[in-house]
Design a protein around this ligand. Structure first.
Ligand code: PLP
Length: 377
């Protein structure tokens, strides 16, 4: 076993672990229900609706994303951020297909799909490219500026594609990139997305947990312009894998895109509570809301905030040590719990350093490369 919870494990982004989440997972295992519809296990669905609202309020998400606002919006627990990105892409695709069909009844579906184009930055996670492949649409990588996607670059790409007869329909804005924890400018990209009727999906897989702290919320400015938002409490908010929180302003696009209704899944209460099978790719789903409930109740908001702040302070301390040591330099701004650092000098020198560190079997880290510069993270 590679012990991800060893204090010497610094690879990837973290995965969360806590005793309340472990107990909840055991309870979920013991109850062993499959909550694909409300009737299949009402508590499984209803606790999820309530927990996603609690969590949404903890992040101060715009009310349109919350079920309790009385509008269309609401949250769902997916397995991973990759699934959320794909689900949002499929919802956006269904929406644009319907709109274009209404405008051009003479175009067949294949013609329209062939023209669809989505966007993300060159720093987006590989799961975004993969969602494009799985969703069968073109996805364009837009050059970032200082590792962040800016509104004018997104707009230029959209305008160029419109001039070429393509149909822009979807853009992923990353808050906390995998390479360097950079934050795309949601405030700028959201304006561009809304102007061109392009679905904005926000991928905050790792860094989203930090938005429970008010001092980090300036980084999610513009969220009211997004169509869907996702982060992984299973990365940094003490909820064991898997718990990927996703909110949709208008879930009907996703629900309708995935709606197949065999007799054996129908029930009398359809429409009064979400049937989460329509919000996700698989049919089956575990009672994951228990993990969120136990973690939120046992720790409370203030302790979870303290956990985030503690990690950010560790990163700041280590970043300061790198700056003070004349042999080292930072490869990117220290954001959240991530420090990107390197020995001054060549990539080869840094590759040798990492090989030596990992080879000793004591500390484990992974590298990244931005614009040809190799660093340890
Ligand atoms: N998006 C970002 C920004 C990530 O950093 C990661 C993983 O680290 C992912 C997506 C993929 O997450 P998951 O394993 O939940 O699909």
């Amino acid at each position: 076993v590679t012990h991800w919870h060893s204090p010497k494990f610094h690879a990837y982004f973290p995965t969360a672990n806590s005793y309340p989440a472990i107990v909840a997972d055991m309870l979920s295992g013991a109850i062993a229900c499959i909550g694909f519809t409300w009737i299949a296990s009402p508590a499984c669905t209803e606790l999820e609706v309530a927990m996603m609202d609690w969590l949404g309020k903890m992040l101060d998400l715009p009310a349109e994303f919350l079920a309790s606002s009385g509008g269309k919006g609401g949250g769902v627990i997916q397995g991973t951020a990759s699934e959320s990105t794909l689900v949002a892409l499929l919802g956006a695709k269904a929406k644009k297909l319907q709109e274009v069909k209404a405008e051009h009844p003479e175009w067949d579906e294949h013609t329209i799909i062939g023209k669809l184009v989505g966007y993300c930055s060159d720093q987006a996670h590989s799961s975004v490219e993969r969602a494009g492949l799985l969703g069968g649409i073109k996805l364009r990588s837009v050059k970032s500026e200082n590792n962040r996607l800016r509104g004018d670059a997104l707009e230029k790409a959209i305008e160029q594609d419109l001039a070429d007869g393509l149909i822009p329909f979807y853009a992923v804005v990353t808050l906390g990139t995998t390479n360097s924890c950079a934050f795309d400018r949601l405030d700028e990209c959201g304006v561009v997305g809304n102007k061109h009727n392009v679905w904005i999906h926000v991928d905050a897989a790792y860094a989203g947990s930090a938005f429970i702290c008010p001092e980090y919320r300036h980084l999610m400015k513009g969220m009211e312009r997004a169509d869907s938002f996702n982060f992984n409490p299973h990365k940094w908010m003490l909820v064991n894998f898997d718990c990927s929180a996703m909110w949709l302003k208008d879930p009907s696009w996703v629900v309708n895109a995935f709606n197949v209704d065999p007799l054996y899944l129908k029930h009398d209460m359809q429409g009064s509570a979400p049937d989460y099978r329509h919000w996700q790719i698989p049919l089956g789903r575990r009672f994951r809301a228990l993990k969120l409930w136990f973690v939120l109740r046992l720790y409370g908001v203030e302790n979870l905030q303290a956990h985030i702040r503690r990690h950010c302070n560790f990163a700041k301390q280590f970043g300061d040590l790198c700056v003070q040591d004349s042999r080292f330099e930072l490869a990117a701004e220290v954001n959240m719990g991530l420090v990107c650092f390197r020995l001054k000098g060549t990539n080869e020198r840094n590759e040798a350093l990492l090989k030596r560190i990992n080879g000793r079997g004591n500390i484990h880290m992974v590298p990244a490369k931005i614009n040809g510069v190799y660093f340890l993270r």
